[in-house]
Write a protein that binds this ligand. Structure first.
Ligand code: LMR
Length: 332
């Protein structure tokens, strides 16, 4: 009798815990390295809001957003994704070279004329194929999000490539970006995003490259006197998840999450340019630095000086892919 009661109690406990499990929401930890008032920061927040208010998901998914490298920073976040310690990231496209060297394409200097060209390439067949190109490495790409075009910052006025000679520039963990600065005889230093402000302040590096929104939200204008409006390259993101986690989600949840991601993507990409322009204005208003625009002739000198990087990496990236991206500059 005692045994039977025990067995019944045990069975009840098991089915109760199964019930609790069924009711437990899927937790998506979404970590990123930038501030909340940036295109990516806003996108992550919007994703959380839409997921948690979605009538079809009915509380089945909970999203926790960790901005400013507060959960994982550069260097650790990919590993954490593969280990299942975080479920979503949106690293800059400069941070994928160890997973697929073709993604280095996006770092080539002066590749895209504007974000409309970037869009045409990303939404085309070659751009889409890159999203699913790292599944064998455990990474599934869900979308591209824009930040914008990069500008230079420095502790001295830099108008022409020769002005940058010998200067130390912080770069993201990207061989293409290293080569880009070596090409103009400057010294690139790989450094994680969270260390940039201090690195500039302490003089470990004398300059860097980034978008207006990253400069403004990190207060880089407090530690850099000069910005050069070069628009010489791109900072965009691939929103990624752990491939196993993604394929393990119930089909209805997965497809609804993708619908939401697509909605957020449209919004992020629509707002990114505006956000960057607003940040540019805030930097001007802070009056601690100057922004130097370039004449078309000056910009052409940068383009010419950095352009050899294309040939250096065309083997790894693929000449066809570079050609397709370049062709996206012309609207069809
Ligand atoms: C950087 O490291 O400079 C950027 O990739 C940060 C970001 O995610 O925008």
């Amino acid at each position: 009798m005692l045994k039977l009661t025990q067995a019944l109690l045990c069975a009840a406990a098991v089915s109760l815990s199964a019930l609790a499990q069924a009711a437990d929401p899927v937790i998506i930890k979404f970590a990123h390295v930038v501030a909340e008032n940036t295109p990516k920061g806003q996108g992550a927040q919007m994703f959380k809001k839409l997921v948690e208010a979605d009538p079809q998901l009915q509380g089945k998914v909970k999203v926790e957003v960790y901005p400013n490298s507060s959960l994982f920073g550069d260097g650790k976040e990919m590993e954490a994704l593969l280990l299942g310690d975080v479920q979503m990231l949106a690293p800059s496209l400069a941070k994928f070279e160890h997973y697929n060297p073709q993604v280095q394409l996006f770092d080539l200097p002066f590749l895209f004329n504007d974000l409309a060209a970037v869009d045409r390439f990303q939404q085309g067949p070659q751009g889409k194929a890159l999203l699913t190109s790292m599944e064998d490495k455990g990474i599934r790409g869900l979308a591209y999000w824009h930040n914008g075009l990069k500008q230079l910052s420095a502790n001295k006025k830099v108008i022409l490539p020769k002005d940058a000679r010998g200067m130390k520039f912080r770069v993201q963990a990207s061989s293409v970006l290293e080569a880009q600065f070596t090409e103009i005889r400057a010294n690139p230093r790989k450094m994680s995003f969270a260390e940039v402000y201090q690195g500039l302040q302490a003089g470990t590096v004398n300059g860097t490259e980034n978008t207006w929104s990253n400069y403004e939200s990190q207060k880089v204008y407090e530690v850099q006197k000069y910005f050069t409006e070069t628009n010489h390259g791109l900072i965009d993101y691939m929103v990624i998840t752990n491939a196993k986690f993604w394929s393990g989600l119930p089909e209805d949840v997965r497809s609804e999450l993708q619908v939401i991601i697509d909605k957020v993507t449209v919004e992020v990409n629509r707002q990114a340019e505006e956000l960057n322009l607003a940040s540019r204005q805030k930097i001007i208003d802070a009056k601690t630095s100057e922004i130097d625009p370039l004449t078309p002739e000056q910009r052409a000198q940068w383009r010419e000086a950095m352009r050899p990087v294309w040939d250096k990496f065309s083997g790894q990236i693929g000449a066809d892919l570079i050609k397709a991206a370049d062709a996206a500059n012309t609207a069809s």
